[in-house]
Design a protein around this ligand. Structure first.
Ligand code: DP6
Length: 339
């Protein structure tokens, strides 16, 4: 069915990992070295509209209304090629993707981007897949995107096959009112992205130790979430982030994402928790910005403290987000009719 009405829009939320995904057992299929766990971020989302067309020679992409970089276009086209093979179509796609958060803020957008792209692309072909199937397909575009399909607190299991390495909700968004107060210490685009980092992870002598002990940390984080035990969560989340960065720093070539202000925020967060009893802990992705995970009641105090720490820190704030959802299709700002 090659008409102009093969169109759908989807929204997916970004996520922050408590137990990190770092390194793959299969790079092509993005089968991770270890299971990971994250919470979706309600304030940071990507909305993507996909329109499949018969009369186009190549896929097209706009990000926030503008032409993408060559690298971004290639990555999206590769994902669309994979979707075409798996969903059985030869149509080309017109993709419009919009983030509601600043692009240059060093906040990962690949998780929400590939989750929204996958959900919209499948729906625009009028195919109905399960959450598990959507999660697996999103994973092929960006590993962490698997975790942005289900809602709330999400576990992504490692497995040896494409079908089995999927993510699912372990607790809904309203189970625990945590807030991620993100301290943006640098707006610079990272020089080495996650995909290259996953490829070099096994060159660190610490990666096997991190992977072997990940299941025990995952169990503790799941327990801390089930019991809303902030102190346990804090201990494990900080340890897991530190371990991932230890692997990064000792990989060949080494990856140093921390900047002086990164370390200052990490130190301050530990002090606020240990000396003053604020319920806050830190975790970092593949970048210098610090995600300060807080109990909701302490989030404003943490945001104020971060602002006092340095005028160079910008702050984003988010609660726990739901799963990816379909929206009424939108074309250039206007609602489109569907057939
Ligand atoms: C450090 O999912 O961005 O944020 O699969 O290559 O797109 P690709 O990698 P990506 O890796 C995320 C790494 C991390 C940790 C995490 O989110 O678990």
């Amino acid at each position: 069915m090659a008409d102009t009405y093969n169109i759908a829009s989807a929204r997916a939320y970004s996520n922050i990992a408590f137990i990190k995904y770092w390194g793959n057992r299969d790079h092509l299929l993005r089968l991770p070295a270890n299971s990971s766990l994250s919470m979706n971020l309600s304030a940071l989302h990507t909305t993507t509209t996909v329109r499949w067309l018969a009369d186009m020679a190549v896929d097209s992409l706009t990000i926030n209304g503008e032409a993408p970089t060559v690298a971004a276009l290639r990555r999206v086209q590769a994902h669309l090629d994979m979707l075409r093979r798996r969903l059985g179509t030869t149509l080309r796609a017109q993709v419009d993707s919009r983030n509601n958060f600043p692009m240059g803020a060093g906040i990962a957008s690949s998780a929400s981007a590939f989750a929204a792209l996958t959900m919209a692309a499948v729906a625009a072909l009028h195919q109905q897949l399960s959450e598990r199937e959507l999660s697996a397909l999103a994973r092929l575009g960006s590993g962490s995107a698997a975790r942005s399909i289900p809602g709330g607190f999400v576990e992504w299991r490692f497995a040896n096959t494409h079908e089995d390495s999927t993510a699912e909700t372990i607790a809904p968004a309203d189970h625990w009112h945590l807030v991620d107060v993100i301290a943006i210490v640098s707006h610079q685009h990272k020089r080495v992205g996650s995909t290259a980092g996953h490829a070099s992870a096994s060159s660190s002598i610490f990666q096997s130790a991190r992977v072997e002990t990940a299941a025990a940390r995952l169990k503790e984080v799941k327990q801390s979430i089930a019991q809303r035990d902030f102190e346990l969560l804090a201990q494990v989340v900080e340890a897991d982030s530190n371990l991932m960065h230890a692997v990064m720093m000792t990989s060949r070539p080494p990856l140093f994402y921390w900047q002086p202000l990164t370390l200052a925020v990490m130190e301050a967060v530990r002090g606020w928790r240990e000396d003053e009893g604020l319920r806050v802990c830190y975790t970092l992705d593949a970048g210098p910005n610090v995600h300060c995970i807080c109990a909701a009641d302490d989030a404003q105090t943490v945001a104020d403290r971060l602002s006092d720490l340095s005028p160079d820190i910008d702050i984003l704030r988010s609660g726990v987000g739901g799963g990816a959802v379909l929206l009424p299709p939108v074309v250039r700002g206007r609602a489109a009719c569907t057939k």
